[in-house]
Design a binder for this molecule. Sequence first.
Ligand code: NI
Length: 487
Amino acid sequence: MPPTATTIPPTPIPPTPTATPAAVLAPDPKYANVYVYTIEEQANDGRSLLNVAYPVLENPAINTTLRTLSESFIDEWRTTAAEQEALYQDYLRRTGEVAVSVVANYVQHFDVTLANADLISLSIERYRFTGGTGSTEVTGYIFDRRSGAELGPADLFTSDAYLERLSTLSRQELERRVQTEAAESQFDSPAVRDQWLSGMLEMIRGGTEPVPDNFDGLLFHEDGTLHIQFDKYQVGPGSSGVVTVVLPVESVADLLTPKLLRLLSTVKPELMHTPTPTATPPPAAVDCSQVPCVALTFDDGPSIYTEHLLDILAEHHAHATFFVLGKSAKVQAKTILRMAREGHEIGNHSWSHPSFKELNAEQILEQVDPTNKLVAELTGTAPRLFRPPYGRVTQDVLAAVPMPVILWSLDPLDWQDRDADLVAQRLSQAKNGGILLAHDIFTTTVQAMPAVLTSLTERGFHFVTVTELLAPTVPLPGHVYDHRTAH
Ligand code: NI
């Protein structure tokens, strides 16, 4: 949505900058009433370079904040440039060799990601290159464009629960990315690959711990997404640079303050009508090495019975894993979103449930990728687990699908016997650590669930997602899992 120029007072053209001759003020090509202030400077015959840009708006308070931030960066550059120059002169004296490259190069960019009459969201990216190494950090800023106040986490989110949510969602997405990379890249041996993967997973865990510093790069975008930007080295090696995870705003809508929802309403009017989350908070994370657990899994949905099933699971505080078909998820997007919101895991069960036996690698991916993409678009998190149609695992499937394969330890044959009592009786035989198969496309299966949940609860079981069941094991692509193994 383009900014509505009529409701924003015009930006008074600031006086011609006098700081340095190289400072320039120009209109932002993308947004009305946003000017770009650029400062270029060099020192010591061009051995140290500075390039700083920041936005200038109609609001003096915002301008002061951004100018102050930028000036501290410039001061830092001056200090660093002087230090580096002294080192360089010393080197020159000793060796007589002229520097081949810049000794201190500082660059600050900004990007406005959303601007309307009420709100402006922008990122400032800073690159510092000193004595042969560079680092990049990125910080998100959100301002109330009328009052000029910077909106911090307390203005954006109703409670600290946002940290857990962003941690979980971004961690899932980043883990999925490295698992895909592990499956698709060449390694000298599986051991080398597993070592690489475990190192990457450790970085991701550290960089996504639910603490404010890890989530200081939040940006709202015009397309209704929330971008989480991680500094270089925060969640991956330097070669990854700044890493971004994109979530639909809906995935955190229940945690946003009314003030922010109001500010975002020109971008996402429907957010104003987001239902309040279910009254019961999700149960604390369950440690399946300490308590009996089972993972209920439902295949082939979502269907017209799934919403009722979600009601039943909520009543019993049970989490489940849904191996969904892309074609059904597409028509029941709201059900998918509800699954994600209520703490269920969404796995991939192909797009249209063909037998994979007749498919080549390319055709297999044509079944798998669009389902991942769709679920990621809907919930902000792509599925991490795959279950092939009919549970048919072949070497071709293991080689082609860059996701761990999840089967089951108990099949109640609910597709064959459409008898709620019989299905309930069979599922109630579950053993600790088991993965239970069921189908949310049969009304009899859904009817069986209250009895299953009641009897297994009486036996002390906790109902967890497959990922929770297998933890701390992180399932790997190319491997098959059908129950929890002891550690
Ligand atoms: Ni199936």
